[in-house]
Each structure stands twice: as C-alpha cells, then as structure tokens.
Design a protein around this ligand. Structure first.
Ligand code: IDP
Ligand code: MG
Length: 143
C-alpha cells in the first residue's frame, strides 16, 4: 500500500515503477480513503500500542493506494524493497530509505507474512477484483 503521505507527495508512480521494474505483477489496485473500520482491522495487531490511534488517524486521513503484488518471493522481497519501519534506519535504495524521514510517515505498507497477506488481501479486495494475467516478460523473469 502507498500510504496517504506517499499519495499526497506524488510518489505513487515512483513506487509502482519500483514494483514493476522488479518484475512483480500488480494484480489488483485501488485508490481509496480507508474507512476507520477497515483501518482498525488492517492494524488490529497494534491495538493498545501508544502509536495505534495516531496510525489509524493517519492512514484514514486521505487517499491511499492498495495493491495486490504477485511474484516469486514477493512478500519478503516487498518488505526488503520497502525497507526498515523507521526511514532513518532504512537502507539507501529502499523506498523508505530513499523517500521517507520519520516512522509515522514511512510512505508504504507491506504484508509481513503469507498469513497477513491473505488476511489483508481479503480485507481490502473482493475476489473478482484480483485479476489473473500474464506479463509478456515472464519468460525473461523466471528461469
Ligand atoms: P511495518 O510497517 O514496517 O510492518 P509495524 O511495526 O507493523 O511496521 O508498524 C506499522 C506502522 O505503524 C508503521 O509502518 C508506522 O507507520 C507505524 N509505527 C510503528 N511504530 C511506530 C512508532 O514507534 N511511532 C509512530 N508510528 C509507528
Ligand atoms: Mg507491520
């Protein structure tokens, strides 16, 4: 997901470009303002933490871009491409390392495991919104 700061800063295209250039396939995508109810489900693992309410307020504060990204190793690879949670500690070359400054404005979200990816995909997309298709370069991406 491109978070509201990323959308407001005009970074959506830059982030999509990195995903596509890597070779991963965006099989669902939507720009929307997340409802409070959906945001609370999205971040339910953080209930009770001191940053929780600020996080929910921030993520619902404007449009975000939700995506389903597909490809071999995509969950772990997207986490690496996103970089460390705190942009100050994120490596150069990562989205957060290159494009962010503070933890609460760290530009992107990525699912952290197959289980959370499944949960988050089901939270944000209906099955018919996920499109199965082949990229024309797949034969050149996979050996
Ligand atoms: P992640 O996004 O790298 O998976 P999590 O620990 O799951 O990081 O935290 C979810 C989001 O909550 C972070 O991306 C960040 O926006 C916010 N967050 C996490 N820790 C803090 C904090 O200490 N202060 C403010 N915001 C935080
Ligand atoms: Mg997380």
């Amino acid at each position: 997901m491109v978070k509201p700061d990323g959308v407001q800063r005009g970074l959506t295209g830059e982030i999509i470009k990195r995903i596509e250039n890597k070779g991963f396939k965006i099989v669902a995508m939507r720009l929307s303002v997340m409802s409070e109810e959906r945001a609370k489900k999205h971040y339910e693992e953080h209930v009770g933490k001191k940053f929780y309410q600020a996080l929910v307020d921030f993520i619902t504060s404007g449009p975000s871009v939700q995506m389903v990204v597909e490809g071999k190793g995509s969950i772990a690879a997207m986490r690496k491409m996103n970089g460390a949670t705190n942009p100050a500690e994120a490596a150069p070359g990562t989205i957060r390392g290159d494009l962010g400054i503070e933890t609460g404005r760290n530009v992107v979200h990525g699912s952290d495991s197959p289980e959370s990816a499944k949960r988050e995909i089901e939270l944000h997309f209906r099955p018919e919104e996920i499109v199965a298709f082949q990229r024309i370069d797949e034969a050149w991406l996979y050996e």
